[in-house]
Ligand binder design. Structure first.
Ligand code: PLP
Ligand code: COI
Length: 353
């Protein structure tokens, strides 16, 4: 592919960033990649200073919600090489989201070439402190200006990057949702479309007002089985086994989830991907067999769940130690990403010089 043209910012904001106190999503790097889809094809991308866009208030994404995104991470490994974690799999997922939302696909080459270029331009923004990374946010939204309800003929693809630390500052308290629904089978839950998140705000806000950090979503029909959490898939350790809800069309096929299941196999941890009922989680607490619960995701990495509220009853999990399954999995994942362990699965993509 052609080299991507770059318009450099005359005013870098890099020196204003406190890399020891990043939080999540607070800072956006100096540049962004922008590409248009028009005349039936994805046009050449360009890199410009991060800033506002001029867009039509009648653009279709604002009205009818054709908007999707990805979330991925880049690191500097122990040899100071720039790497991206599993970009090919993120590309496969953006294709699924695009298909579900009737958007035109883009090739893996186009997607990864674009990621490489924007990361290289803002390489100085890639944090090197422990637990930090450059979060990558590719997204696509409909830009055709029309009020009629239709599939857009025009789109923008943008990549923003953001130096980030941990998503959650401390272990989370979650509430099993038994009234509201995030996604139903046959809907858009498996796609990373903006509406899934907007629709989750109200129930999540109610849960926050009740003192919880997140909702644990359950199946839309009966609220009997666990689906996932707001920004992460969930895993449990029940009776010594690592258990996670099997994928359905209502659950995002998390790349962290997929990676950790493979790593659990390597660590000889017994794994079950199956329906996980709220009743068995409750029983697991009552019998002392549920020893761990955690959320897994690109932003969340591995986030400890400290307590689960089921129908108003609060169940607390034991404190987590370094022998726990979650911390062993997390360490293995981080070590592979940073080059301290061999990348047996070919997950770590090195950005060419
Ligand atoms: N589920 C939801 C709803 C998410 O937003 C995310 C984050 O991307 C995940 C699960 C975890 O997916 P991944 O590990 O691919 O980031
Ligand atoms: C991610 O982990 O990449 C997510 O998309 C979660 C959240 C920041 C929306």
């Amino acid at each position: 592919m052609n080299p991507i043209p770059v318009e450099h910012t005359p005013h870098s904001r890099l020196s204003t960033i406190d890399f020891n106190n990043l939080g999540f999503g607070n800072h956006i790097s100096d540049h962004m990649l922008v590409a248009d889809y028009k005349d039936g094809k994805w046009q050449e991308p360009k890199i410009v200073p991060y800033g506002d866009l001029a867009l039509s208030p009648a653009m279709l994404s604002l009205h009818y919600g054709q908007s999707i995104f990805e979330g991925m991470k880049a690191f500097k490994n122990k040899n100071e090489e720039l790497v991206i974690f599993r970009p090919q799999r993120h590309h496969q997922r953006i294709l699924k989201s695009m298909e579900r939302m009737c958007m035109p696909p883009m090739s893996e080459e186009y997607f990864i070439h674009s990621l490489n270029a924007i990361i290289k331009v803002d390489e100085a923004w890639v944090p090197t402190s422990e637990g930090a990374s450059l979060y990558l946010r590719p997204f696509v939204f409909a830009t055709e200006s029309k009020l009629g309800v239709k599939i857009s003929d025009e789109y923008k693809f943008i990549i923003l990057t953001s130096p980030v630390g941990p998503y959650f500052a401390k272990p989370v308290r979650v509430k099993v949702e038994d009234h509201f629904v995030r996604a139903a089978e046959g809907g858009t839950g498996f796609a990373k479309c903006a509406g899934n998140y907007g629709g989750a705000f109200y129930p999540t806000q109610l849960a926050k007002e009740q003192g919880f950090d997140q909702v644990l979503w359950t199946d839309a029909r009966d609220h009997q089985y666990i689906d996932e959490s707001g920004a992460m898939n969930v895993m449990f350790v029940l009776n010594g086994k690592l258990i996670t809800p099997q994928l359905t069309s209502a659950i995002l096929d998390g790349i962290t989830r997929n990676s950790l299941l493979s790593l659990a196999g390597k660590l000889s941890i017994p794994v079950e991907e199956r329906k996980v009922s709220v009743a068995e989680i409750k029983e697991g607490f009552e019998k002392g067999l549920l020893t761990e619960a955690f959320g897994v995701g690109t932003a969340a990495v591995v986030s400890t769940i400290a307590a689960i509220n089921i129908a108003g009853q609060e169940f607390t999990l034991p404190a987590v130690d370094t022998n726990s399954i979650q911390l062993r999995l997390k360490k293995k994942l981080e070590d592979i990403r940073h080059g301290y362990e061999p990348d047996e699965f070919g997950w770590v993509y090195k950005i060419p010089n």
